[in-house]
Design a protein around this ligand. Structure first.
Ligand code: AHM
Ligand code: MG
Length: 334
């Protein structure tokens, strides 16, 4: 039988690669793993528990209806970060403003986390995969004080670590600390994430494209041309690509990471900035994509170079296999 490496062991081994590392980042990653196991358990019960499934009857700052599980997951992650003691503040899709933790211990902490506790949550009621996404930064403000908005509004390039959890046919945690990308599958029989996808590499090219094509008529011409290219027999593969759109960013991204492909959420007439949020959806996936050899762009600018101005800022998002993203950029810039 081959040796199983648990996430815990893997994190500890990696910590040894950084002489002088104090273990704070390792503890944050462990806190995320524990919180996501609890969220995974709740997601798995979604169809069974009436009081979890369905709408909470409230809307978040983006005017979207919050699902109960969104709130459950949000609270779970916040609790983990607040109790863990390594985080001085958080920002999440489900909270209008960032939260600065007020305990003396938390004020001394060096890190902030931005996250989407449950992305694609409109898919919960129909039993389709959903995910959590996270992004970790060093704070900019002085330790010992309250976290500030400036701590949250950093460029993606400054991320210390980023990752996602996919609640799919199995639960997987994929993360990077800037030294490659590794994926862990939750073994429910032992309750541990086990290394299943070491050193993940996104294929340079692929034949899968993911976009909400219902928006095609309200996209700019370059997007329409790129989708026509994907569907043409005259493209680089000499045959139409396959369209695959789950409408769950983490699931669409994960499939493309493994099989090769491109995910596009462009600016449209109705959402001129795009739909997806820079800080806790695009930046973390952009870091993972680049670490795996892929690319992430707005079509005009590298995602990881964008100076954020708002917590819930939206950007057009193209992410995936290098050659496919480059082709999309070339048509957009034509
Ligand atoms: P959410 O954060 O409210 O769940 O929205 C993000 C989701 C992504 O997971 C998904 O790719 C996209 O929205 C789907 O949007 P659309 O229904 O417009 O295609
Ligand atoms: Mg989201």
């Amino acid at each position: 039988m081959s040796k199983v490496t648990t996430l815990n062991e893997f994190i500890m081994d990696r910590q040894a690669d950084f002489p002088g590392a104090s273990g704070e980042l390792s503890r944050i990653l462990n806190d995320i793993a524990v919180a996501s196991k609890i969220v995974s358990r709740d997601v798995r019960k979604a169809g069974l528990v009436d009081h979890i499934l369905g709408s909470q009857g409230e809307t978040n700052i983006q005017g979207e209806e919050q699902q109960k599980l969104d709130v459950v997951a949000d609270n779970q992650f916040i609790k983990a970060f607040e109790n863990g003691g390594e985080i001085c503040g958080i920002a999440s899709e489900e909270n209008d403003d960032f939260i600065a933790f007020t305990s003396e211990h938390a004020k001394k902490a060096k890190y902030v986390v931005l996250f989407d506790p449950l992305d694609g949550s409109s898919n919960i009621d129909v039993n389709v995969s959903i995910g959590s996404i996270f992004s970790i930064y060093h704070r900019i403000s002085e330790p010992g004080t309250l976290a500030t908005l400036e701590d949250m509004l950093q460029i993606g390039n400054e991320q210390i670590a980023a990752g996602y959890v996919l609640y799919g046919s199995s639960t997987m945690l994929v993360y990077t600390t800037g030294r490659g990308v590794n994926g862990f599958t939750l073994d429910p029989s032992i309750g541990e994430f086990c290394l299943s996808h070491a050193n993940m590499q996104m294929p340079e090219t692929g034949r899968l494209y993911a976009m909400n094509e219902g928006n095609i008529a309200i996209c700019e011409k370059g997007i329409q041309e790129y989708i026509a290219y994907c569907q043409s027999s005259e493209n680089d593969k000499g045959a139409p690509y396959s369209g695959r759109y789950i409408g769950s960013l983490v699931a669409d991204f994960h499939r493309n990471l493994i099989k090769g492909g491109i995910y596009i959420y462009p600016a449209t007439d109705s959402s001129p900035e795009g739909k997806l949020r820079l800080l806790y959806e695009c930046n973390p996936l952009a870091l993972i994509a680049e670490q795996a050899g892929g690319l992430a762009t707005t079509g005009r600018e590298r995602i990881l170079n964008i100076e954020p101005t708002q917590l819930h800022q939206r950007v057009p998002f193209f992410v995936g296999s290098k050659n496919m993203v480059e082709k999309a950029i070339s048509l957009l810039q034509k």
